[in-house]
Design a protein around this ligand. Structure first.
Ligand SMILES: Cc1cc2nc3c(=O)[nH]c(=O)nc-3n(C[C@H](O)[C@H](O)[C@H](O)COP(=O)(O)OP(=O)(O)OC[C@H]3O[C@@H](n4cnc5c(N)ncnc54)[C@H](O)[C@@H]3O)c2cc1C
Ligand SMILES: NC(=O)c1ccc[n+]([C@@H]2O[C@H](COP(=O)([O-])OP(=O)(O)OC[C@H]3O[C@@H](n4cnc5c(N)ncnc54)[C@H](O)[C@@H]3O)[C@@H](O)[C@H]2O)c1
Length: 517
């Protein structure tokens, strides 16, 4: 390569794909380097297979309830690989080439300012985008190395359903995969050091825990594996008797598992990137530090996706990479949005954006339960709620939605948060009936009505009503005088009394409305 590349993108996951396509679209000479396979975690080992296995597991649970049948694990695995195969062409090297991106296969590392090598071959670049993602973090627990373990990278390679699975961790991976394997028929124990979904609303996490327990999952809170041993191997065919791990916890519990699923967070892939040659600053966990325009401490290098300190979601990887790439190519300093929606796809789903609790002065929450939401009543799925966090001016700062298809309602809430909408504005938008979204709408209405009951607003409304009454009375008097300019005063007074009487029901209605608010 004689000329330096305009934008060198390292990593072909969501961040690398979106970043390189954006740059190519803007006319930049863009090269994407991928060491393994384009599509990254989301396609091969993350979002796509996990949402597929959850769907297969939900069906399996339903079938078990209906006719007592047990799922065929081979068919579930087939469904997972079919789904990946259907989506894969969108993320393929061919699709990238069609979009104007040159794709190189190999491991890239930086060797100096504006210089890198790909499997030893040198390349020069003007600007670079680091999009190398993250890998499962493996805790150091004595005996873990010798145990039959899986991570989100390898769990998809299991050829048979483990009879017992112990899951280490309590985040989204532990909850989603724990529920999926339990519904498929494994006896699952989740060992969650800091409880389930510690970053989410506590009531939401409690509903997920209750649902997991109904699926037969044992959830052990505030405890962790301290040592792991292998049970003595029994005589006979190894496939009939797979090795069993004995897990001793800090609290002295003894657990047995054919497979230990490690879901204890992520490690950024920065170790062998040669970032020291570029002066790119990392945090203490090795994640790349970026500013609001996704630029690193090196002015020619940007980063996006799981490799950065930002939350680890596909949509964020894509949006941040798009901002990073256009800033890099066009020399802009556009900032990323601070609105971060997220969904945990358990049953019930937990969807959240922005603030999930009232943490500042004057903030309040408005909560509506699915118990009172007619669509949930008709579908007999009344477990869940919507909780909005609202500032003193009525602006929606964030919230949590829990229940069936909660994720599908999150778009509206994200829009409200991103656009700094008030509950009054959201309440003013007519929603079709009956939908799960009614809960979100009602949470906004409840708050907006409460605001109408404040002393200032009450005084204002009374003032407006008095002016309207005065105008009506005045107009009536004028009408009365016109045909009978010389008419008797008695008649006018009689009409005014009539008018006063006809006002009464309106006032009563107003009172009723105020009482119901
Ligand atoms: C089980 C699971 C379920 C998930 N579910 C969801 C979900 O439902 N919704 C959601 O939003 N997010 C989900 N996520 C998170 C999501 O998968 C990640 O946030 C997303 O894939 C990150 O994309 P990325 O491009 O930053 O990294 P990656 O997808 O990891 O891509 C990085 C790529 O860089 C390559 N690479 C690394 N180093 C080099 C190098 N030196 N040279 C060349 N190539 C290199 C790697 O091979 C890899 O292909 C899930 C994750 C997991 C594990
Ligand atoms: N639906 C989704 O969007 C989705 C689904 C899965 C994963 N993801 C992303 O993938 C990332 C990784 O997920 P994750 O669940 O592995 O990580 P996480 O960091 O969210 O959760 C890991 C949990 O494991 C606990 N833990 C750590 N060490 C432990 C130990 N030794 N024993 C017991 N518990 C321990 C931590 O306290 C933490 O709560 C997440 O940040 C998430 O953004 C997203």
């Amino acid at each position: 390569m004689d000329h330096p590349i305009d934008l060198l993108v390292i990593g072909g996951g969501t961040a690398g794909i979106v970043g390189s396509k954006t740059a190519a679209q803007l006319g930049a000479r863009t090269v994407l380097v991928e060491a393994h396979r384009t599509g990254g975690d989301c396609l091969w080992t993350g979002c796509v297979p996990s949402k597929t296995i959850l769907s297969a597991a939900a069906r399996a649970a339903q079938a078990r309830e209906t006719d007592g049948s047990e799922p065929d694990f081979a068919q579930v695995r087939q469904r997972v690989s079919d789904t990946i195969a259907t989506i894969e062409p969108e993320d393929s090297p061919e699709a990238l080439e069609r979009a104007g991106v040159s794709v190189l296969h190999g491991h890239a590392r930086f060797t100096g300012p504006g210089e890198a090598e790909i499997d030893g071959r040198p390349v020069r670049f003007r600007r670079a985008l680091i999009a190398t993602g993250s890998a499962p973090a493996v805790p150091s627990i004595p005996g873990l190395d010798a145990a039959q373990t899986a991570t989100s990278d390898t769990v998809w390679d299991l050829t048979s359903l483990p009879a017992r699975m112990v899951v280490l961790g309590g985040g989204p991976i532990a909850c989603e995969l724990g529920q999926a394997f339990a519904r498929l028929g494994s006896q699952v124990t989740i060992l969650a050091r800091s409880g389930l979904l510690p970053k989410e609303d506590r009531d939401a996490a409690a509903l997920v825990q209750a649902s997991l327990e109904r699926d037969g999952v044992q959830v052990i809170d505030e405890d962790e594996a301290s040592v792991i041993r292998q049970a003595p191997v029994r005589q006979g065919d190894a496939s009939q008797n797979p090795p069993v791990s004995l897990i001793t916890t800090s609290a002295g519990r003894e657990l047995k598992a054919e497979v230990i699923l490690i879901a204890t967070g992520r490690t950024p892939r920065t170790a062998s990137l040669g970032l020291e040659h570029l002066g790119v600053d990392l945090d203490e966990r090795g994640q790349v530090l970026v500013d609001d325009s996704m630029r690193t401490s090196n002015r020619s290098v940007w980063a996006a996706g799981d490799v950065t300190t930002h939350p680890k979601f596909t949509h964020l990887a894509g949006v941040h990479a798009s901002t990073a790439a256009s800033n890099a190519v066009l020399g802009l300093r556009r900032s990323i949005s601070q609105t971060v929606p997220r969904i945990t796809y358990t049953s019930p789903e937990v969807a959240a954006v922005g603030l999930t609790e009232a943490t500042g002065p004057g903030m309040t929450t408005s909560t509506v339960s699915l118990e009172d939401t007619d669509r949930a009543v008709t579908e007999e799925s009344r477990e869940g709620f919507v909780r909005l966090v609202i500032d003193r001016r009525g602006r929606i700062l964030g919230g949590t939605i829990v229940g069936p298809r909660a994720g599908e309602s999150l778009g509206e809430l994200s829009l409200a948060v991103a656009q700094k909408m008030t509950t009054r504005q959201l309440a003013g938008v007519t929603h079709a009936y009956p939908t799960y979204n009614d809960a979100l709408w009602n949470a906004a209405i409840v708050h907006a009505r409460q605001a109408l009951g404040s002393p200032v607003v009450k005084t204002l409304t009374r003032g407006l009503a008095a002016v309207a009454r005065y105008r009506d009375n005045h107009a009536t008097r004028e009408q009365t005088r016109a045909p009978e300019r010389a008419g008797s005063e008695d008649q006018t007074e009689a009409r005014t009394e009539d008018q006063a009487r006809s006002d009464a029901p309106d006032r009563a209605q107003g009172d009723r409305a105020q009482r119901s608010a």
